[in-house]
Design a protein. Structure first.
Length: 365
């Protein structure tokens, strides 16, 4: 194998690929990045068995070949190389020679015979702007369970509904739902993408202004955009029937400014207990919206919010963290809070954006 390509392009590809390498000591080949040189392209592959990635880098191929090199070593090496000059890779006695204008490095290779195949996913197809899909993931991923005991809720659930693609996640204490418009009407069943895989998908494709070509089948989903092809394992299971826990009607509503609500929550959290417990009390008849927190070791706090209040009086305890998490998905200045009674779930919606809904379960008093 012998090839030449730009340092900047190989650097970017290696930084991305190294994220996907495995840390399994019993399978050292998973810690490698595979170079496949053929047809004027250097294919850079990595996998941890949950995710697989292939990135195509334009190259001048003098001699085709394949080699596997530890991903962390390659990433560290190119992390300190700079400039727009070219780099030459060449197999020398089975190891990889890396030459630039100013240096020559010889990297030990690892047998690539056992490197897993990156699956080609064929099935239901979907085309959607990368930004839209990532917006859907980013709006809900944080409310998925981080525990792997129940993989169904340790995932983001994605399913089609009319001309929408719906993203949902829950850890049984809170639930987030985001609906994204799509051009085509789809008919595939829902899929579950593991939480950790969602994080990597967002990081790998962040900032890419292109359309995703997505392929779905029973155990895998693939994403293609620009020069990147990524596959993810899909959880084999059923997501809870979450719509049955969403109240059909509300008896109390409050429309408040997001920034005022966030600031009041942050103050209250200073005085919350070890369970991050705060109390929300709304009395529309008295025009009162109060946020309280008490801690025997710190003190207590009471903050009053102004807003448009309507309905019956209501009071409930909530975990501060579960409320504050959702604001990363809220771009509007105003939010609407709804309750269907004392100690009932609180629904948070964006006044100007009906596509997002967030539910928080109350805490026991």
């Amino acid at each position: 194998m012998k090839l030449e390509c730009q340092i900047g392009k190989i650097k970017s590809a290696l930084t991305t690929a190294e994220r996907i390498t495995g840390k399994n000591l019993t399978l050292p080949v998973l810690s490698t990045v595979l170079f496949v040189a053929s047809d004027k392209v250097l294919k850079i592959r990595a996998t941890n068995l949950n995710l697989g990635i292939e990135i195509n880098v334009p190259a001048k191929i003098d001699k085709e070949g394949v080699v596997a090199i530890r991903g962390d070593i390659l990433s560290s090496l190119f992390g300190v190389l700079s400039g727009d000059s070219n780099v030459v890779f060449e197999l020398v006695n089975g190891n990889l020679s890396v030459k630039t204008k100013t240096s020559t490095v010889l990297l030990k290779s690892i047998s690539h015979e056992d490197f897993p195949t990156i699956p080609i996913v064929n099935g239901d197809k979907l085309s959607i702007p990368v930004k839209k899909f990532l917006d859907g993931l980013r709006s809900v991923y944080y409310s998925a369970s981080v525990s792997e005991v129940k993989p169904e809720i340790g995932s983001v659930y994605i399913y089609p509904e009319d001309n929408m693609l719906v993203f949902v996640s829950t850890d049984s204490f809170r639930l987030a739902e985001k609906k994204v418009k799509i051009k085509e009407k789809l008919s595939f069943g829902g899929i579950l993408i593991p939480f950790k895989n969602c994080l990597e998908i967002m990081k790998v494709f962040e900032g890419i202004d292109d359309d995703f070509e997505i392929n779905l089948q029973k155990n895998q989903i693939s994403f293609s955009a620009l020069n990147i092809y990524l596959t993810s394992r899909v959880v084999d299971g059923s997501f809870p029937d979450y719509k049955q826990i969403i109240p059909k009607n509300s008896s109390t509503s409050a429309v408040v400014l997001k920034q005022d609500f966030m600031s009041s929550l942050k103050v209250a959290n200073i005085f919350s207990d070890k369970f991050n417990q705060i109390t929300l009390t709304v009395k529309p008849g008295e025009k009162v919206f109060e946020i309280e927190a008490k801690n025997a070791d710190v003190g207590e706090n009471s903050t009053f919010l102004s807003g448009a209040l309507s309905g019956e009086s209501v009071s409930a305890n909530f975990n501060y963290k579960y409320i504050i998490d959702c604001f990363q998905s809220v771009t509007s200045d105003s939010i609407q809070l709804d309750w269907s009674g004392n100690n009932k779930p609180m629904i948070i919606r964006v006044v100007s954006d009906p596509s997002f809904m967030y539910l928080v379960m109350p805490m026991n008093r």
